[in-house]
Design a protein around this ligand. Structure first.
Ligand code: NAP
Ligand code: MG
Length: 403
């Protein structure tokens, strides 16, 4: 078979620990035999980030802007222990944070569903994708403790020097607490566009919810911005595709999500997304089956697994022991990125390959061959627990048959 050609490079961001090992195996076993891989390679492994004073992370994000699609391996976010372990010059920031800031993106997390692994909410037969607005609100707050007898006010000093004031509370007879929050029209609009674009891209309904009945200015602004952008820029496209934009109150949304079958995107304000993404991920079973894509409002995509570098498995690997690390989310990061590259370049063969890679991966698990984390969850009879490499080879047997 002739290998599939790629006209435009894909930005490849290598990473750390066990996921770095898996990264190479996925390429060697599942991709390179079929695809004449054309990537612009950036080594985001912690050693190289340290050598380049983290310049490599910025460069990789800039390259993603230029080419439009990236695939990223999990990376270590340094803490005190890593400072010693890697003899770091500085406690470098989270690469994901740096990349997200440069691309101004929204993260969409989607579970991969396979037969035999039933979500804790069994009616969730289709994936629920969560989009979290990753700017502002309580995550960029200012808060104070207030003494009894004090009066707390919001004060806005305008461009012309004039002031607008609003009473928060008169603290009569008791001490208390106050908190100042903000968001910006710019950030909310970017978030809205990323969500509408992703809904169009994946042909799924988009749900959004706030508490606008209580928060008549703050949350209401989110509702209005979404509604305006939908009306002016996306309504026609949604109608053409037969998909829906659905707005409701957050408590109503939560009740409807539980009763739903999945199969939509749920856009969440920052705090709602923080809480609900952990709930949804847990309900679907395993973090190792959760994909993640960062989408910028200008239509740039960065694909990755939602889990980390699986450090404990890496230390076993270093001791020469076999691990049973689940590579599914990392495989889907590659297939997602290659499919998107194919879409942008009108490269049908590459898109077909990405579909086949996903099919072969799911088929392997549904045939009963799986890593230890899934074996513990799957209700399939006659399941076999395999090690990291055996799993990839079993996928390749199925992939070869499909190609
Ligand atoms: P983690 O790497 O996600 O692993 C936590 C535990 O979850 C593992 O020890 C393992 O449990 C299980 N697990 C996660 N992924 C798995 C997989 N693919 N296959 C099988 N089991 C899996 O999180 P962490 O240990 O908190 O973080 C490790 C490093 O990753 C940290 O340095 C952190 O900064 C980084 N991190 C990076 C990203 C990213 O780049 N996006 C995200 C999160 C964390 P058992 O050990 O019980 O088998
Ligand atoms: Mg959380």
């Amino acid at each position: 078979m002739e290998k599939i050609k790629m006209t435009t490079p894909l930005v490849e961001m290598d990473g750390d620990e066990m996921t770095r090992i898996i990264w190479k195996w996925i390429k060697d076993i599942l991709i390179l035999p079929y695809v004449d891989l054309n990537t612009e390679y950036y080594d985001l492994g912690l050693e190289h980030r340290n050598e380049t004073n983290d310049r490599v992370t910025v460069d990789s994000a800039e390259a993603t802007k230029k080419y439009g699609v990236a695939v990223k391996c999990a990376t270590i976010t340094p803490n005190a222990a890593r400072m010693t372990e890697y003899d770091l010059k500085e406690m470098w920031k989270s690469p994901n944070g740096t990349i997200r800031a440069i691309l101004d993106g929204t993260v969409f997390r989607t579970p991969i569903i396979v037969k035999g692994i039933t979500p804790y909410i069994p009616t969730w037969t289709k994936p629920i994708t969560i989009a979290r607005h990753a700017y502002g609100d309580v995550y960029k707050n200012t808060e104070l403790r207030v003494d009894e007898g004090a009066k707390a006010e919001l004060v806005v000093t305008k461009k012309d020097g004039s002031e607008e004031r609003a009473l928060i509370h008169d603290f009569n007879g008791t001490d208390g607490i106050i908190q100042g929050l903000h968001n910006t029209d710019k950030s909310i609009s970017s978030f809205a566009r990323a969500c509408f674009n992703f809904a169009v891209d994946t042909k799924q309904d988009l749900w959004f919810a706030t508490k606008d009945t209580i928060s008549k200015k703050y949350d209401h602004r989110f509702k209005d911005i979404f509604a305006e952008i939908y009306e002016n820029e996306y309504k026609a496209k949604f109608e053409e595709l037969g998909i829906e934009y659905f707005y409701t109150l957050i408590d109503d949304a939560v009740a409807r999500v539980i009763r739903s079958n999945g199969g939509y995107i749920w856009a969440c304000k920052n705090y709602d997304g923080d809480v609900m993404s952990d709930m949804v991920a847990t309900a679907y079973g395993s973090l190792a089956m959760m994909t993640s894509v960062l989408v910028s409002p200008s239509g740039v995509y960065e694909y990755e697994a939602a889990h980390g570098t699986v450090q404990r498995h890496y230390y076993k690997y270093l001791k020469g022991e076999k691990t049973s690390t689940n590579s599914v989310a990392t495989i889907f990061a590659w297939s997602g990125a290659l499919r998107k590259r194919g879409e942008l370049d009108k490269n049908d063969a590459l898109m077909k390959y990405a579909d086949n890679l996903e099919k072969a991966t799911i088929q392997t698990i549904e045939d009963g061959i799986m890593t230890g984390d899934l074996e513990a969850l799957s209700s399939i009879p006659n399941k076999t627990r395999v090690d990291t490499e055996e799993f990839l080879k079993a996928i390749n047997e199925r992939l070869a048959a499909l190609m």
